[in-house]
Design a protein around this ligand. Sequence first.
Ligand code: F6R
Length: 606
Amino acid sequence: MCGIVAYVGSKDAAPILLEGLQRLEYRGYDSAGVVVSNKGLKLRKVKGRVADLAKAVPARFKGTLGIGHTRWATHGVPSDENAHPHLSSDERIAVVHNGIIENADELRARLVAEGVVFVSETDTEVLAHLIARTVTETDTLEEAVRKALKSIVGTYGIAVVDSERPKEIVVARNGSPIVLGLGEKEMFAASDVAALVRYTRQVVHLEDGELAVLTADGFHTFASGGRETAKEPLTVDWDAGHYDTGGYEHYLLKEISEQPESIARTLRGRLDERFHIAHLGGLNMDARETRSFRRVKIIGCGSAYYSGQIGAQLIEELARIPADAEPASEFRYRNPVVDPDTLYVAISQSGETYDTLAAVQELKRKGGRVIGIVNAVGSAIAREVDGGIYLHAGPEVSVASTKAFTSTAIAFALLALHFGRVHDLSPADGRRIVEGLRELPTQIEKILEQGDRIAELAKKYAVHPSMMFVGRVRGYPVAREGAQKLKEISYIHAEAYPASELKHGPLALIGPELPTVAIVPDDELLDKNLTTLGEIRARGGQVLMVGHREPDAKLADDVIVIPKNEIELDPILLTIPLQLLAYHAAVALERDVDKPRNLAKSVTVE
Ligand code: F6R
């Protein structure tokens, strides 16, 4: 959420900052700005996209040190004034900031009383003025920043420049990520490695409370008290190519289409054909400990939570351990009872989602055992948990999650197989699941081949302002994810219900104007699901069924038939046509598919 880029070296900073911001635009995209330092600070910022900013930056905007930002508004509307960087009144200090300063109003009132004139409505501007006040009393910019941060309550990832010290940038983090990129006689910093991989793959992640000083010659990191810390650089295994659209019209379609490979990567080296088990060394848990858990509690936000619901179902079915999923954003605030016999599983593609991170921290404070299912290696949540499973799905750039969703479901299938085989899952059932998992990539390719037909169906249904999604048991999280994808990228209102609950209320909505997407796998609930279709059709409702066979023609207007796997794994395949349906509906309605309005990829604020 919001993107930060910083550069210091011998090259022109502006093109590097603009390129980095473009890579980060998926994190926030309502306004953008850059500052470069060259005998004073030069600033350009605009409401709009990074492309608008690039047009506003003059050819002569020279400087070998600078910071940039792309914004997702929290305090104040998207506007030129509210865009970052923010300058102090004397234009000596410039700040870019991700996160939220909770006591901004109080600080602002104090500064106004002291005569400071504010030019924006943002919380960040407070910080620029505070640093400007302390910088005259301190020997270093680092000290001034640290002093100013002491008065802040809230979260931040910041980059700060001082026109009087044109060779250094100070960055700091607390709850909002900052990654340093190490170059040859140049240094970078960003809120996400996506902005760095074009220039370097050697990175250092700052911890909460840490601050770093960057110069062309390198960096120094400090803990909150000022003690210097030692950091080992990591090598990122994603390169710039992973962040291109690869010839697809949108990142979303690229990421949907990549699922045969992303799933294969999640599975790679983890399936054991001999004992029909999963190898999950990252869990850091021996068989005895694995057996000791009596319950599994899964937490995540949005689509991650829905994939957690698929995970809970898999764990209950295969390992017969009670499991359930809950939104991390709710869990963290309800003073949860943390039980020593429960294994907690936190899910996050980005590894940054603030609510999920805060829930993990709350669990750890209470002595809970937490593992993570995370895509971004070295991210905040990955570093906070006791062990886990990396998805290896590759970077997900489009705001709507697709390949991370299916890879998370795969990670849960592996976890459930692992738990199942240390409990009572028979070798024969273990083999069935291992073979089913192996088949998934080819089956997904078969579903993707139906893209054109699904595009036609999407056009047909996208004329409706609202759609219902229904599914039962294993199909219910699939319906929820289908509704989520449709609403977030096409802005068609979509609601998901357990098919079993329709008669308890929502059936009142059904009629010719409200079509239903029904998830109807070929499982023990098939007949019950078909009865529901009959009930919908009897009320004049249109039905688009996604399942494994054509039903009686009276029961559905349209059917998407997909390959059948094991019943436990079918939800993974059933998700794919719904991703395509949402994508093509969004295209038909000419939406901004990869950057839906009001949303951002990594939600690093509460
Ligand atoms: C929906 C979507 C969001 C994320 C959620 C959690 O398509 O992308 O609902 O799933 O914000 O994000 P992560 O997985 O990064 O924690």
